[in-house]
Design a protein around this ligand. Structure first.
Ligand SMILES: CC(C)(COP(=O)(O)OP(=O)(O)OC[C@H]1O[C@@H](n2cnc3c(N)ncnc32)[C@H](O)[C@@H]1OP(=O)(O)O)[C@@H](O)C(=O)NCCC(=O)NCCS
Length: 154
C-alpha cells in the first residue's frame, strides 16, 4: 500500500506503520484489489466518530498501469455494498476530501454519485493554510456523496 502511494506521486505519503494500522484496525471499512497476489489498488476508509453514518475515504489509489479501466469505481461500489450489508442495509454517505485540480479523483467520485443516483455536496474543509504554511498544498474541500440507500442495479 505504501509503495502504491509513493508511486502515485500525487498522494501524501504516510508511514508503512500507518498503512499496517489501517489494514489491521480498519479492514472492515477498507478494500484492496489484488490479482495473483499483486496489489493493483486500495481504498482506505474509516467511520468518523462524530459521523458514524459516513464512510470517509482517506486514500484511494489504483496502480498507474491499471487506471482508466473501472477498477477505482468497482472498489468504491464493492466497499460501500459490503459496509451497507454489514450494517443491515443502513444508509451510508461516502466522504472524501479532494483537491480542486485532482480531476481523476473528482471524476471517480462523480461517477459513483451518478451510478448510485445520489447528490454530491462540496463543503470548505481543510484550507491550504492548514496543510502547508507556504501554501504549497492545495486546499482540500470535503465531498459528501449520498446517502446511498439502495443496492446498485447492474
Ligand atoms: C483516482 C483514481 C483512483 C481513479 O482510479 P481508476 O481505476 O483509474 O478510475 P475508474 O477507471 O474507475 O474511472 C472513474 C471515472 O474517472 C474517470 N477518469 C479516470 N481517470 C481520469 C483522469 N485522469 N482524468 C479525468 N477523468 C478520469 C473515468 O472516465 C471514470 O469516469 P466515468 O465514471 O464517468 O466513466 C486513479 O486515477 C489514481 O490512483 N490516481 C492517483 C491517486 C489519487 O489521486 N487518488 C485520489 C485522491 S485520495
Amino acid at each position: 500500500m505504501h509503495r502504491l502511494v509513493v508511486e502515485s506521486k500525487v498522494l501524501d505519503e504516510n508511514s508503512t506503520y500507518a498503512y499496517l494500522l489501517m489494514a489491521t484496525e480498519f479492514a472492515d471499512s477498507s478494500i484492496v484489489a489484488d490479482r495473483d497476489g499483486e496489489l493493483h489498488g486500495f481504498v482506505m476508509g474509516y467511520h468518523p466518530p462524530s459521523r458514524p453514518e459516513a464512510l470517509f475515504v482517506w486514500q484511494v489509489v489504483v496502480a498507474a498501469a491499471a487506471r482508466g479501466s473501472g477498477l477505482g469505481g468497482t472498489m468504491l461500489d464493492t466497499l460501500v455494498e459490503r459496509v451497507r450489508r454489514d450494517r443491515h442495509g443502513h444508509p451510508l454517505t461516502l466522504e472524501a476530501t479532494v483537491a480542486p485540480s485532482n480531476s481523476a479523483s473528482r471524476a471517480l467520485f462523480g461517477g459513483f454519485a451518478r451510478r448510485h443516483g445520489v447528490p454530491v455536496v462540496e463543503l470548505p474543509w481543510y484550507g491550504a493554510e492548514l496543510l502547508d504554511a507556504d501554501l504549497a498544498h492545495e486546499e482540500e474541500p470535503l465531498l459528501r456523496i449520498g446517502p446511498v440507500t439502495a443496492e446498485l442495479n447492474c
